[in-house]
Design a binder for this molecule. Sequence first.
Ligand SMILES: [Ca+2]
Ligand SMILES: [Ca+2]
Length: 96
Amino acid sequence: MEVKSQMFEKRKYFIIGLILACVFLLSKVSAVDASEIRGDLNDDGIVNILDFVVFANAFGSYPTHSRWNPNADLDNNEIINIVDLVEIAKNFGKTS
Ligand SMILES: [Ca+2]
Ligand SMILES: [Ca+2]
C-alpha cells in the first residue's frame, strides 16, 4: 500500500513536470496580457518553481481536503487541477 502510494506520487510529479514543460514551451509563442500576476501562489512577487511546488502540494484537492489551498484554485472552481496549472505556467517568470 505504501509503495503503491509512493509510486503514485512519483508518477504524479513526473506528469506535472511533463505538462509544465509543454505549457511553458507553448506560452513562449503566445502573447499573455495580464495586468496582475496570476499564479504567484506564495506571494513573493514572481511566478517561479516555488509556486509550482505550492501547486503540486495542493494538486487534486478540494475545499474539505487536507491539502486544499485556495490560492492555487485560480479559476475558482473548487478543485486544483490542470486548468489551474496552465494559468500558473502562462505567467511563469513574470514579476510584479
Ligand atoms: Ca511566487
Ligand atoms: Ca481550479
